[in-house]
Design a binder for this molecule. Structure first.
Ligand SMILES: Nc1ncnc2c1ncn2[C@@H]1O[C@H](COP(=O)(O)OP(=O)(O)OP(=O)(O)O)[C@@H](O)[C@H]1O
Ligand SMILES: [Mg+2]
Length: 367
């Protein structure tokens, strides 16, 4: 457990970087610091490993003031990852990762073996061990940075905008990796970001910092999105927080319709009759894989099987058992038919959900 007790940082030029911070970071959880530029996130983070000394109050780790600890020893027990990875340019990937174990006096062979184990853990190829940082992509460098921070198996990991410099696709995969690692390792992670989506995705708890270095709200992601404490937090989490919040509700609560789903062998006329007033039929194969949408206006009176018609693409599907309402809504909004196709784990169609059905479901869960 990391405790900030009235922690403050006043720089000699009069800047109040952090103003009387009181908060507790729980052991084994991911706590995310978000907030606008200059709101004291990095300063607060660095108070934990004594890269910044508070000018007021204290920071405690498991009840002990960090000032009681030798800074060098303390830092070796706390992993630290920054933007652009901060790797040593003239050391190979393997030696970068082995840095702290070597400082701790491990034998070279053991440190290298540990480095190789960590490369696998963070998804790097063994063949990259002898490369230098400039021979890696930005995303790979970040992975090396994470591996290096984990090398001595520290209980605490501090991460300051570690994924900010990579493109959105790589960033999403790094986030996935971190979530997977954390399920395995249960570190106490403090993660700084500007990105509220990243915060909601990674955080067990989120601390929103306000300009002037004070805490505006400290809550679970669900509560932060449901009940921002004031207009500053509300604008920071974004006015689309309603949609974001839907990622916490499972799509399994929906009842997808099956009466608008037809086998490709069905005749168009029969489908038109069965549709009643419904505007779209979803056409599927014999084993219920989706093929596309047929508009009701094109079906009436036709004899051809549905599979012979030119169909409108069904768009992307959502997994009924595992996806969230946000995924279902996204699929419906992007679908040319305004309807989302729900599938099972094998990609077979379970049923169809219209935007209206979704609207009703959203009301009931977010009330
Ligand atoms: N060494 C320093 N001397 C004077 N002021 C400083 C120093 N380091 C940081 N500051 C100021 O302290 C405030 C908080 O800085 P900090 O780096 O903690 O913000 P941040 O929330 O991490 O911002 P960003 O999102 O831009 O990284 C800023 O106003 C910054 O200019
Ligand atoms: Mg910062």
């Amino acid at each position: 457990m990391i405790t900030f007790e009235g922690a403050a940082k006043l720089y000699p030029d009069g800047t109040v970087a952090v103003d009387h911070l009181d908060m507790t970071v729980e052991t084994g959880q991911t706590t995310v610091f978000v907030g606008p530029s200059g709101s004291g996130k990095t300063t607060s983070l660095r108070m934990i490993n004594r890269m910044v000394e508070p000018t007021g109050g204290a920071v405690l780790i498991d009840g002990e003031d960090v000032r009681q600890r030798d800074p060098a020893v303390l830092r070796r027990s706390i992993g630290y990852v920054i933007q652009q990875a901060g790797l040593f340019p003239h050391r190979t990937v393997r030696d970068n990762i082995a840095t702290v174990p070597l400082l701790l006096g491990w034998r070279r062979a053991r440190a290298r073996a540990r480095a190789e184990e960590l490369m696998e853990l963070v998804g790097l190829e063994p063949s990259q061990a002898r490369r230098y940082p400039h021979q890696l992509s930005g995303g790979q460098q970040q992975r090396v940075g994470v591996a290096r921070a984990l090398a001595a198996d520290p209980p605490i990991l501090l991460m300051d905008e570690p994924f900010s410099a990579v493109d959105p696709v790589v960033r999403a995969s790094l986030q996935d990796e971190l979530l997977r690692l954390q399920r395995e390792l249960h570190k106490t992670i403090v993660f700084v970001t500007h990105d509220i989506d990243e915060a909601v995705r990674l955080g067990d708890r989120i601390a929103v910092f306000r300009p002037g270095g004070t805490l505006a709200q400290y809550d679970s992601p669900e509560r932060l999105l449901a009940e921002p404490s004031d207009s500053f937090v509300e604008s920071f989490v974004g006015y689309d927080r309603g949609v974001r919040r839907l990622s916490f509700f499972p799509a399994s609560g929906l009842s997808p319709r099956q009466d608008v789903v037809f086998d490709e062998g069905t005749s168009a006329g029969a489908a038109a009759d069965a549709l009643g007033g419904e505007p779209w039929a979803l056409v599927v194969t014999g084993d219920r894989m989706p093929l596309g949408w047929a508009s009701a206006t094109r079906l009436a009176g036709a004899d051809t099987p549905l599979g012979a018609l030119e169909l409108v693409p069904y768009g992307h599907t959502f997994a009924v058992d595992t996806d969230s309402l946000r995924a279902a809504l996204d699929a419906a909004v992007l679908s040319p038919a305004g309807r989302a196709v729900g599938v099972d784990a094998d990609g077979r169609v379970v049923g169809v959900v219209s935007q209206d059905d979704l609207g009703t479901a959203l009301w009931s869960v977010t009330e």
